[in-house]
Design a protein around this ligand. Structure first.
Ligand SMILES: [Zn+2]
Length: 170
């Protein structure tokens, strides 16, 4: 089945170069006639003879990856003659850096919040002395507990000044 279609129509490379596609054509397995643009792009950017040389230099099992890489690079270079696929790499690297900073900042917030939450938990353990200083009632630490028993939803301002009432729009 494969051999019949192979013998009938030349590969995209040989068709493009207007030459006879021999059975041992190095392009044929990677540039099928159904994808004429693939070879046209690669040829335009790298040149057919360079591609042929390159394919001969790599192991047969690596040739498909090599061709896919060349096709990707060629397409990117045609779309963006200045930066080619480096443009995409650069954009993605910037994105990674931005997201890394965001992640670092979020982790720092997380550490800060969990540190703030730990202090009252340890001090109220034995009657909450620190809090009863301004509060008055000795055993009323629960009433003054700024919502420490609630998980994060209620504690968006754990260090702070607001008295722990949930904000309606959270
Ligand atoms: Zn061919």
């Amino acid at each position: 089945m494969a051999s019949s279609s192979y013998s009938n129509s030349p590969c995209a490379a040989c068709k493009f170069l207007r030459r006879k596609c021999m059975p041992d054509c190095i392009f044929a397995p990677y540039f099928p006639p159904e994808e004429p643009h693939k070879f046209a792009n690669v040829h335009k950017i790298f040149g057919a003879s360079n591609v042929s040389k390159l394919l001969n230099e790599v192991q047969p099992h690596q040739r498909e990856d090599a061709v896919n890489s060349l096709a990707y690079e060629a397409e990117a270079r045609i779309k963006d003659p200045v930066y080619g696929c480096v443009g995409a790499i650069s954009v993605l690297q910037k994105q990674v850096l931005r997201l890394q900073k965001e992640l670092d900042a979020t982790n720092a917030d997380l550490i800060r919040y969990s540190a703030c939450n730990e202090i009252p938990n340890t001090t109220t353990h034995h009657g909450g002395r620190r809090m009863s200083d301004d509060g008055g009632g000795g055993g009323s630490s629960l009433a003054h507990s700024h919502g420490f028993y609630y998980p994060s939803n209620w504690n968006n301002d754990p260090c702070g000044n607001s008295n722990g009432y949930p904000r309606g729009d959270i």
